[in-house]
Write a protein that binds this ligand. Structure first.
Ligand code: GUN
Length: 296
């Protein structure tokens, strides 16, 4: 075992760089009479979701965007939510719409996403935007977390082109779109991508062959030192609450990576919190500004 420690990839600092560019673009849009507007809808009171929605709304305000936060009760029916989406589709002050996932059981989330005007689908979950990602059509919206992961890598000057990237997890929100994004035919893509998941055989052998490992499997500290080769880059998408009596909140946040042991083997790694999380919000703001620009 060597005593080297990985370079920390600072998501907060990189997000700040994104905001510098976005503020300029927002000023240009305002000069043309357009204030980018985002509506964030939360159904029910999942504490983690509530915290995410609050951060999104706060960031909109900091950037001077028009922000609408709709907090609907758990009892909201599918039909009622569908009607609210229809109103937001028709509202010319709103350029981006997001319904925080997961929604309560009785709501058909996939049907709600299909009801979005795809031009306002800043989460990139609508089938039309998924198709544009597959087709390398840059007019579509790419989900925010994959975009944030790509930006973290490019800003850190980690070469994606030709690298073997192993993505752990096949979710609609992260794993699948990230795999598509990093294999696109362009300089920020061109990766050799392997997707592994909970049913994969020989998972550790596959992750050990990666130049870049992205953990998005939703299991606390799943990725261990044995899963990565010396010098690999490790991106941790996980945000898991684990009980911790010593913490005043009664829990602490950990990623999908066993940070202590993996950081002694990787060449670069993202912390949790302060890695991918701030980038996801930055990319949501960026997608909202893009939606406003495209509305002109
Ligand atoms: N829940 C966790 N991540 C996301 C996201 O990127 N978008 C939405 N709408 N819900 C989420």
């Amino acid at each position: 075992m060597t005593n080297k420690v990985a370079k920390l990839i600072d998501g907060r600092a990189i997000a700040e760089k994104v905001y510098v560019d976005l503020r300029r673009e927002i000023a240009e849009l305002k000069a043309k009479g357009v204030i980018p507007g985002l509506a964030v809808v939360l159904v029910g009171d999942n504490p983690a979701s509530r915290a995410y929605v609050r951060s999104k709304d706060k960031m909109c305000r900091e950037l001077g965007l028009h922000s609408v936060k709709l907090e609907l009760p758990e009892s909201t029916t599918h039909t009622e939510l569908r009607a609210r989406v229809g109103e937001l589709n028709a509202d010319s002050r709103i350029h981006g719409i997001l319904v925080q996932s997961p929604t309560p059981e009785h709501i058909d989330e996939a049907a709600i996403v299909r009801a979005f005007d795809p031009r306002k689908d800043v989460d990139g979950f609508h089938p039309e935007n998924v198709a544009k990602l597959v087709l390398d059509d840059p007019s579509g919206f790419v989900p925010c977390t994959p975009l944030g992961v790509q930006r973290l890598l490019t800003e850190t000057k980690i070469e994606i082109d030709g690298a073997h990237v192993v993505v752990l997890g096949r979710s609609m929100i992260v794993g699948k779109p990230l795999a598509l994004l990093l294999m696109q035919k362009n300089k920020n893509g061109n990766a050799t991508v392997t997707v592994v998941h909970s049913r994969s055989r020989n998972l550790a052998a596959i992750t050990r062959s990666a130049d870049i490992v992205v953990a998005a499997i939703g299991r606390a500290e799943f990725l261990k030192a044995d899963h990565v080769r010396e010098g690999a880059v490790v991106i941790d998408v996980g945000i898991n609450r684990v009980e911790d009596a010593a913490n005043e909140r009664g829990y602490r946040l950990v990623g999908d990576v066993a940070f202590g042991e993996v950081s002694r083997k990787a060449s670069a790694i993202t912390p949790v919190p302060g890695g991918v999380g701030p980038m996801t919000i930055a990319m949501l703001m960026s997608n909202t500004v893009k939606a406003a620009r495209q509305s002109l």
